[in-house]
Design a protein. Structure first.
Ligand code: CP3
Length: 341
């Protein structure tokens, strides 16, 4: 590996500049990706290691310091017994959503070799080619449970929270099954060669502190405390989680994700300066004129103040339609502005 800046920053070592990558950096904003999608479905791309490898490598032209495997957090649901697809314009659709205890009992706690080998093959293939570290990932139990219970995306998570409140034991059983599958899957990704891991708990900011502590934290902890023993950095990501940051820290992670709602320095202090922090440029500023996007990027760097342990990223995934030139401009700007001797 030619460039290990990202890994050193995750470990809060001093680095010659701040590393940067962008969540969802491989995807629809890139013409090269859209061209492949004309020929293949999203699931075909994910399930064909040669194609997943190709898509993972596409954003390397921007000069980012890490690659994230091209896959999706929902992939383990299919072998667990909950097939889904990505419907045009609607996002994911789970064909038979989980409603009750019988549905939860029917879900299988699989081994990664049982239905997810294509992900591990893509990792092995990428490791031969990549000049930068490879990030493997999985969805966290709450975020996965929300897709399983709602059957797709949701505005209020009403079905998910209603199962959590009305049948806490069933909910806990579901969270436990998901946590064990994710723990095994992340372990397998590290064994296949992933240099770091990110756990996406994208929607957990919907919960109060009390609900997070009671219904989520033990399950996230079950995953992270184990994966942390493997010696690779673990990034624990969520959005809208200012009120949960200390609890997320308690659940685990070498690096905590911060979204754009919180000024970077304030968020880092809340997390604790003895952990790394990843973030937190608002993905929508990439649609603004270049100077404006760069001003916002400068603000993030000022908030981090050159402290070891900052991984520059967006506060959430890059949006479809984002101008590619602005992505490249922000990468160059972060590299140049953060250079230190
Ligand atoms: O570049 C990368 O970051 C790697 C690949 C990746 C994808 N999804 C590819 C993808 C990663 C890390 C994800 C994570 C993911 N998937 C999350 C957590 C991160 C987040 O943004 O909060 C979630 C919640 C999902 C579930 C999911 N997958 C949704 C809601 C959708 C549809 C809406 C959307 O944002 O595109 C997907 C589809 C998906 N996953 C696409 C890609 C490139 C778009 C597929 C296409 O139409 O080509």
């Amino acid at each position: 590996m030619k460039n290990d800046l990202f890994l050193r920053a995750c470990r809060r070592e001093k680095t010659e500049r701040t590393p940067i990558w962008m969540m969802r950096q491989a995807g629809r904003y890139m013409p090269e990706y859209r061209a492949l999608r004309e020929k293949y479905s999203m699931l075909e791309l994910c399930k064909t290691p040669e194609l997943a490898t190709k898509v993972t490598l596409q954003p390397m032209v921007h000069g980012v310091d890490a690659a994230i495997l091209f896959a999706d957090i929902l992939l383990p649901l299919e072998p667990m017994g909950a097939p889904f697809d990505f419907a045009k314009g609607e996002g994911p659709v789970v064909y038979k959503p989980v409603h009750n205890k019988a549905d939860v009992e029917a879900l299988r706690v699989i081994e990664p070799d049982d239905g997810l080998t294509y992900v591990l093959d893509a990792i092995r293939m990428l490791k031969k080619e990549l000049p930068v570290p490879l990030i493997g990932f999985a969805g966290a139990p709450f975020t996965l449970a929300s897709y399983l219970i709602e059957g797709g995306k949701s505005a209020h998570f009403a079905k998910t929270k209603s199962l959590m409140y009305s049948e806490p034991e069933t909910f806990s059983q579901l969270m436990g099954k998901l946590a064990e599958v994710v723990r095994r899957f992340l372990r397998a990704q590290v064994a296949a060669g992933a240099d770091a891991i990110q756990l996406f708990d994208s929607w957990v900011g919907q919960l109060s502190r009390k609900d997070y502590e009671e219904h989520v934290l033990p399950h996230v902890s079950h995953i992270l405390k184990d994966v942390e023993t493997l010696g690779v950095p673990v990034i624990h990501f969520g959005t809208g989680t200012f009120h949960l940051l200390d609890l997320q820290r308690k659940a685990g992670g070498t690096v905590l994700g911060l979204d754009w709602r919180t000024p970077f320095n304030e968020g880092w202090e809340k997390i604790g300066l003895d952990r790394g922090v990843q973030g937190n440029l608002d993905p929508t500023v990439l649609f603004a004129p270049r100077e404006v996007a760069l001003q916002h990027a400068a603000r993030v760097l000022e908030g981090a103040n050159g402290r070891p342990g900052h991984i520059f990223n967006l506060g959430h995934g890059i949006l479809p339609g984002t101008p590619v030139d602005n992505v490249k401009a922000v990468v160059d700007f972060v590299h140049e502005t953060s250079a230190r001797s």
